[in-house]
Design a protein around this ligand. Structure first.
Ligand code: BTN
Length: 326
């Protein structure tokens, strides 16, 4: 028995008797009890058991649901989705998507998961990915023209994420070069692009997006080494993950099509309008070297511009890190 049927049955946060669950799932009451124990261990969810009433989740849970997402999509967007996988648990949705690329899947193949055990962040960091609380999303897309054609793609994706968040009620989103999505100076979402194929020709790109939706403060999230925030806090109310997922697809997939034709130039103005470091004193860290200056926006290919005492300098992604100067 997979976790889904029993989890779906108790997701509403109401009491369900062992007998009812056993009947529903066609198993014994002992099997129900064992399954619920397993769920607690695997997901970290807390399930209450009250004599005479049954079992309930300590907090109701909205599971990701392909039908709900599909229903929320306009037909032209639905047609851009060529495959849609929802997993209860994976190591990393990006890793699965890279594997799908190697297995011959192409643009528009989507992988999402309720939980990641080895979520990948930028600079080798781990992306903390508790069960059922956030969005862990990877989309596969193909581009001609190799790595050069992808310049600015991760910035453009930030614009799509910001638009999706705005659609579900988050106001005041900013982008921090190259692609952190921030709210009130804290990180709300992260983007990690990974590529396979010909670095000079046709390549497949995995666009990995993690959005904190309703993160609990616990020992897992205490390990995150930068200020973070979630959508529930930023929107001031709880937000449906399925709705957010639909909004993400609605903005991301057409943006990828447009990027193929026009590159970053087509989203340059939108990115600049969200640039939360523009005009601020910053430090740019290039390995051991530190450069101080004033952030001056980005170029039409997505390079960072910084006014320094030695003149205006450009920085490209990779190992550059940008911070506000203290
Ligand atoms: C960052 O460090 O800012 C990038 C984080 C990207 C996390 C997402 S979650 C879905 C996808 N799968 C992964 O393993 N990583 C990305």
């Amino acid at each position: 028995m997979s976790l889904s049927p029993i989890l779906s049955a108790i997701a509403d946060g109401e009491f369900h008797s062992g007998e009812e669950l056993a009947r529903l799932l066609g198993v014994s009451r002992t099997a129900v009890w064992k399954q619920l124990q397993k769920i607690q261990v695997q997901t970290g969810l807390s399930i209450e058991s009250v004599k005479g009433r049954g079992y309930r989740l300590a907090e109701p849970l909205e599971l990701l649901d392909q039908e709900v997402v599909a229903t929320a999509l306009a037909e032209p967007i639905r047609q851009l989705v060529t495959g849609f996988e929802i997993h209860e648990e994976v190591d990393s949705t990006n890793r699965i998507a890279l594997q799908r690329a190697q297995d011959g899947n192409g643009r528009g193949h989507i992988i999402v998961a309720e939980r990641q055990t080895a979520g990948r962040g930028r600079r080798g960091r781990q992306w903390v990915s508790p069960f059922g609380r956030n969005i862990y999303f990877s989309a596969l897309w193909e581009f001609d023209g190799g790595a050069a054609a992808l310049e600015g793609l991760s910035l453009a994706v930030g614009v799509a994420v910001a638009s999706a968040l705005k659609d579900v009620g988050v106001a005041g989103i900013g982008l921090k070069w190259p692609n952190d999505v921030v709210w009130d100076g804290r990180k709300l979402a992260g983007i990690l692009l990974e590529m396979v194929g010909d670095a000079a020709g046709r390549c497949q790109v995995v666009i990995g997006i993690g959005i904190n939706v309703a993160m609990a403060r616990n020992e897992l999230t205490a390990a995150i080494d930068q200020p973070w925030v979630d959508v529930a806090t930023a929107a001031g109310s709880s937000v449906s993950r399925n709705r957010l997922l639909a909004a993400l697809l609605t903005h991301l997939l057409p943006l990828l099509q447009r990027f193929e034709r026009e590159g970053f130039a087509s989203t340059h103005a939108e990115w600049s309008a969200l640039d939360c470091f523009l005009g601020r004193e910053v430090s740019v860290h290039l390995g051991e070297t530190l450069i101080l200056g004033r952030a001056a926006g980005v170029t039409s290919t997505g390079a960072l511009l910084v006014d320094t005492p030695q003149g205006c300098r450009q920085f490209h992604g990779g190992e550059v890190s940008l911070r506000l100067a203290l």
